[in-house]
Write a new protein. Sequence first.
Length: 248
Amino acid sequence: MWQTGRYPHGVSYETMVDGFIDGLRRAKEELGITGRLIPAINRELGPEVAIAMVRDVLAHPREEVIGIGMDCAEFKGPPELFKDAYALARSAGLRCTAHACEDNQTLTQAPPRNVETCLDVLGCDRIDHGYNMLADPVLTCRCRERGVPFTVCSHTCVPQRMEKRAETLKAMHEAGLFLVPCTDDPPMFGTDIGTTYVTMARVLSLSVEEVAAMSLRTLDASWLSDAEKAAMKTEFEAEIQSLSMIKA
């Protein structure tokens, strides 16, 4: 049974988060990789557990923990149930995102209104996935005009869905939505960020210049500080220029 401060496997939040942070700091020192953490609510456990988890996060603040998210089956925990947990997180300055409108669920299970609820009720400033939202043209238009970032994945863990995912990504791109290529769970999906970009470039028929522009725009969707974003943009632009010279 879940208890505040201790999770099903008997490890406290504080122990878990510090272990992740040790890994992030080593990655920065040894590989130059910058990382941040977003604890995720398991919506299937219900709103009370979500509030308790957020309280754990706030009771043990860490510089590397910059927001909260939410995943698992939407029909087992629609977003409106978690309004209080998200309000608590926002009151402490954490950024907010949530999985919504995933295409491994039907329109009844993961309807477009879930994206609307995440934006208007939970206060999310980006959405993870969002594929089923295309069924609502008005909401799709609103998200385009508002510039809502959607973290999307080129791969799924079910090979039979790959063709459908490609069609959906193409439709999202044609709708002018702000797409941020991501890997989700690399071991489960059998991908990495390089493969994701190559796949999306092929699916969306993007030129090299368009892929470069997409990679730069993704920085706007990140929750890094303005100074960190500026530094990374300079690094990205230098790398893009270097690769362009090699190609030439």
